[in-house]
Design a protein. Structure first.
Lengths: 294, 414, 336
């Protein structure tokens, strides 16, 4: 019995963690390259979820295609926010400016979505969300299998892009040392645009993946963003591998805190861990690069 | 060196606080600008005064509405507004005793501070004869003393905390059955009618979630039942698989009283079915619920909702004419099935109109007339207030069971 | 203020004195002009937010420490003072002092703990601290009542001045005078601090920690000091919040409150004390002034916040400077 429960909570934690990883990856990318935070990231997730919902329920598209649609919507949002906020504020002094400006964008987006979509939660049913597999006393839905598979595929693609393409290498170079980008002969504006679009596309896609799990309202994204922040830090700012590991860890913390402590304590455990990490291992779970911030 | 003079400073303040949208003119003449702003504010003040005087001469009952219109609480506000609009349309067709009804909404945001600000704004600027709202118990508790001090009656239909009417104040009325009425009844019915002996409590960590769950626990244990798990969670929890796993591992639960709003409720019901705990998932546990889930919830939840027994404040299968008329009028106006929130908002306005019919014409007479309400027939049940201004009519507690075809059966336990 | 260089310090300080007198006059007159309970509420709220903003600005703008935990100090001040009053019957002003001291101490401990972190690491550590404080307020129900809330928190006890009728703080105007007098006092104190050698030390640490160390400045000690002062001012705001609203729920101190306070500082003009004052007033009043718009008011608010940052990255202070220069130029031209 106990072993089954542990196995079940591991499954739950991994599924949830995979979703958190998708949300956190975009934040990590922007942070790693720009050392900036897009506060509207959560709302990009929400809008991605709504885009997928309407693509499926109004246009009759398939769920898998709706993931692509959400990704596209996210990418477009990325272009927009770069042109409107990040590019104009790049040389205006304080690095806090984009943070505050995107807080404004976030307020605007949430309330605009509230006006358009209304406050009543949408029931996002995919053909997969109610199909339950039962294996050795544990259970999981087909939807959660898709979530894990898509997360793995996304992570693999992102990893391959970063490791093996020229642009990816350039991005990593910038993330490690902003001076070298110029040496590689790449227009930094172009790299910044690429980063933000990539990050936002990931947010949109995460929205479509989360939608069947989330309570889908205009405030859906905000319920995961605080944990995503924690994951980015526990993973070591801007570190993709660390983020993946941290995401899974936070998912597991959530399911085991629920089982053995109390769901109300999840954030205390997660952020307590975060503070301990900052003290004892400020470079994150996986430290591979020198830290100028410490 | 430009000398910083007094009017420079003052203009600065005015620009910051009043002339926010003002494009600064090329030729900046501070004094003239300032006089202009003062003149405009004076004019608008006169206009407001004149306008409210005109209103007073007409036979108008002014209703102030404090609903959450922004943030997650907008879930309530948007539905309340629909019910209010429908009711106003009906009562204003012919008026009541020669009175027409007007309304002003303020966003009270489901939180104490914004609700207090909104209440004061209503009281100062609109001077209502009666106020309806808030939904969230802590916001309602925060505005009660402010509204009572202004000697305006507050009619509440959405907050379940016992503190609102115990001790309450002479100006606050509630037509919703409070958490004790609901919780005691639910636990007793579960024990006697469903023969439940074990229960798992699931509730959101809010004023009403904790309050309702506690009343159930106390009553159920007093009867001899046993609570085998007591699980509270924040409103930011999305995935309930982990909680469902814990429930499944906690032992055999006969009933699972669940206190959440529609969004999380949907996820819980589905997760419990997936974990094989509830009847909808092949298990034996019966999910119990109070008040918070709308009609149509089971269609959204699907087969997982099978066997769910819950209190509804509004029974769409009720055959009283007032209910039938409400449903058809609502469908005609909004092209949707009404929810309990729509129904309660509708009842609030109808009760006010009823009070006017019985002679209410201003805030004080409204309070006295409301307090004397006897057997008012509303969509959600009948209304009669006790000395704490709490509605004591048990016919507002309707029990429903969700059948395998997702239809409702009224259990007629009250 | 390049043109101020030519003026002697005596002149500058007399001008400051005039400005403070003027501010006191404005504070005295405002509740007499705005007589509705609603506007008086907004005024008091402005004063509370001014306290929060200048407290944060002292940490952020002067000591250069990126603090995203101001909501935690705000909440600690509110809960500590209220619990002392309602549970232990402590006198308001003693509880107030305890709330302020507790918040200040919490700020110092956090910064001790985070003293080797800089920039975004500190930001996140303080954010994490704010999340944990909020969660503790929410979950420690036996102490804080959690989401059940604390209601009917009394106003400060009346102050009796011999020969005059006692000042009752159940009166909104009196409470506004009390809070804004305290805000003015805090402003004066911080203003004196940043102009003193302490301010210079803080600025040195902010600009270049290593050179500051080599000048014999103990950077860590100054950071802890700044955090303590800023957090204590935030805690004072919390004490006033509790007695002013009369109701406490943990969600009033959710981490988004930290971001709102940060926005006040940035919109006003970080690194000046006067900027955050006006930033706080603006961002407190704006959503209220927009109420007539109805359902779209927060869309407009978000848009306005974004536009201010985009077009006035130096905040209102920068906007005012630009205006003043333009006006000065026009006056000179007109004089010819």
């Amino acid at each position: 019995m106990t072993a089954t429960i542990v196995a079940q909570q591991i499954i739950n934690g991994v599924v949830l963690g995979s979703l958190y990883v998708l949300v956190a990856l975009g934040l990590t990318l922007i942070y790693g390259v720009l050392v900036q935070i897009n506060f509207a990231h959560a709302d990009f997730v929400t809008l991605g979820a709504f885009a997928a919902y309407f693509f499926m329920h109004l246009l009759g598209g398939s769920y898998l295609a709706s993931i692509a649609v959400a990704l596209l919507v996210g990418a477009l949002l990325g272009v927009a926010i770069n042109l409107a906020i990040f590019a104009p504020l790049r040389h205006k002094g304080s690095e806090l400016l984009p943070l505050i400006a995107t807080i404004g964008v976030s307020t605007m987006m949430q309330n605009a979505m509230l006006a358009v979509f209304g406050p009543v939660p949408y029931a996002f049913e995919t053909p997969y969300s109610q199909r339950v597999f039962r294996v050795a006393g544990t259970f999981f839905t087909e939807q959660s299998v898709i979530i894990v598979l898509v997360s793995i595929a996304t992570i693999a693609l992102l990893y391959a892009f970063m490791k093996f393409t020229f642009l990816g290498k350039a991005l990593r170079a910038v993330a490690q040392d902003r001076e070298t980008a110029g040496l590689m002969g790449i227009n930094p504006n172009y790299l910044i645009m690429l980063t933000i679009v990539l990050s936002s596309a990931l947010a949109g896609m995460a929205g479509a993946m989360l939608a069947p799990v989330l309570v889908l309202t205009p405030f859906a994204g905000t319920s995961v963003i605080v944990k995503a922040f924690a994951i980015v830090i526990i993973g070591g700012f801007g570190n993709v591998e660390g983020t993946i590991l941290a995401g899974l860890l936070v998912g597991l913390i959530e399911s085991f805190t629920t089982q053995y402590l109390d769901p109300g304590l999840i954030d205390i455990v997660v952020f307590g861990l975060l503070l301990l990490m900052l003290v004892f291992r400020p470079t994150g779970l996986i430290s591979e690069r020198r830290e100028e911030n410490v | 060196m430009p000398h910083l003079s007094w009017h420079d400073c003052r203009v600065d303040i005015f620009v910051v606080t009043v002339g926010l949208g003002d494009k600064i003119a090329e030729e900046w003449e501070p004094l003239r600008k300032q006089r202009f702003i003062l003149a405009v504010s004076a004019l608008s003040l006169i206009a407001t005064v004149a306008f409210s005087d005109a209103n007073a001469q007409d036979k108008t009952i002014k209703i102030g509405a404090l609903f959450p219109m922004s943030g997650p609480g907008a879930y309530f506000g948007a539905q309340d507004k629909q019910g209010v609009e429908l009711a106003l349309e009906q009562v204003n067709k012919e008026g009541v005793n020669g009175y027409k009804f007007t309304i002003q909404y303020e966003d009270s945001a489901c939180a104490p501070l914004p609700a207090s600000q909104a209440a004061k704004r209503l009281l100062d600027q609109y001077k209502p004869d009666v106020i309806i709202g808030e939904e969230c118990s802590d916001a309602t508790l925060a505005i009660m003393p402010i509204i009572a001090q202004a000697k305006v009656p507050l009619l509440n239909a959405g907050s379940s905390s016992i503190k609102i009417t115990e001790p309450g104040n002479p100006y606050t009325f509630r037509i919703l059955p409070d958490e004790v009425m609901q919780g005691v009844d639910l636990a007793t019915q579960a024990y006697n009618k469903l023969n439940a002996r074990t229960a798992v409590l699931l509730y959101e960590n809010t004023n009403s979630g904790i309050g309702n769950a506690k009343v159930f626990k106390d009553t159920f244990e007093k009867l001899g039942g046993k609570i085998i798990a007591d699980i509270g969670f924040g409103r930011d929890v999305n995935d309930f698989t982990a909680i469902a796993t814990r429930v499944a591992g906690a032992g055999k639960a006969d009933v699972i009283p669940t206190y959440t709003l529609e969004g999380q409720g949907l996820k819980i019901t589905q997760a419990l079915a997936q974990a094989g705990v509830t009847k909808g998932g092949g298990g034996s546990a019966i999910q119990l619920g109070t008040i918070w889930l709308p009609f149509g919830f089971e269609q959204k939840a699907g087969k997982a909702a099978e066997g769910y027994v819950r209190i509804v404040q509004f029974d769409p299968t009720d055959t009283r004419p007032v209910v039938k008329n409400f449903i058809s009028a609502f469908k005609a106006k909004f092209n949707a099935d009404p929810t309990h929130l729509n129904a309660h908002a509708y009842d609030q306005i109808m009760l006010i109109a009823d009070a006017v019919k019985r002679g209410a014409k201003d805030a004080q007479s409204m309070r006295d007339t409301l307090a004397a309400t006897k057997d008012f027939q509303g969509v959600t049940g009948s209304v009669e207030f006790n000395k704490h201004n709490q509605n004591i009519k048990m016919d507002t507690i309707h029990y429903m069971r969700t059948e395998p075809d997702l239809s409702w059966t009224a259990l007629k336990w009250n | 203020m390049s043109d101020a260089v030519a003026v002697g310090p005596a002149y500058r300080s007399s001008r400051r004195r005039l400005a403070f007198l003027f501010a006191a006059l404005v504070i005295a007159v405002l509740p007499l002009l705005l007589t509705s309970g609603y506007w008086r509420t907004n005024l008091t709220l402005c004063a509370i937010n001014v306290l929060l903003a200048i407290g944060l600005d002292f940490i952020l703008g002067y000591a250069g420490q990126l603090n995203l935990g101001q909501s935690a100090f705000y909440g600690l001040g509110a809960y500590v003072s209220t619990l002392l009053i309602t549970k232990f019957g402590v006198h308001f002003w003693a509880a107030f002092a305890a709330g302020v001291a507790f918040a200040g101490l919490a700020g110092m401990i956090l910064s001790l703990f985070a003293v080797r972190l800089r920039g975004h690491y500190l930001a996140i550590a303080s954010l994490g601290f704010a999340v944990i404080v909020h969660q503790i307020l929410l979950n420690w129900i036996s102490l804080t009542q959690g989401p059940l809330g604390i209601y009917g928190i009394p106003p400060p006890p009346a102050i009796a001045i011999p020969g005059l009728p006692p000042i009752e703080f159940s009166n909104q105007v009196a409470l506004f005078y009390l809070v804004s007098a305290f805000a003015l006092l805090a402003y004066l104190l911080l203003d004196q601090l940043v102009r003193s050698p302490i301010g210079e030390a803080l600025t040195a640490v902010r600009e270049d920690e290593i050179s500051a160390q080599s000048l014999g400045i103990n950077a860590n000690a100054w950071k802890v000091f700044a955090f303590g002062v800023g957090a204590a001012v935030g805690g004072a705001a919390g004490c006033f919040y509790a007695t002013f609203v009369g109701t406490l729920v943990p969600d009033a101190f959710f981490i988004t409150e930290s971001f709102t306070i940060l926005a006040m500082v940035i919109v006003g003009g970080m690194g000046t004390l006067i900027g955050p004052v006006f930033g706080a007033i603006l961002l407190t009043l704006l959503p209220e002034l927009l109420r007539d718009i109805g359902d779209l008011r927060l869309v407009v608010y978000g848009l306005a916040l974004t536009l201010v940052v985009l077009f006035m990255p130096g905040g209102l202070v920068q906007g005012w400077e630009l205006l003043r220069r333009k006006f000065a130029g026009a006056r000179v031209a007109g004089g010819r």
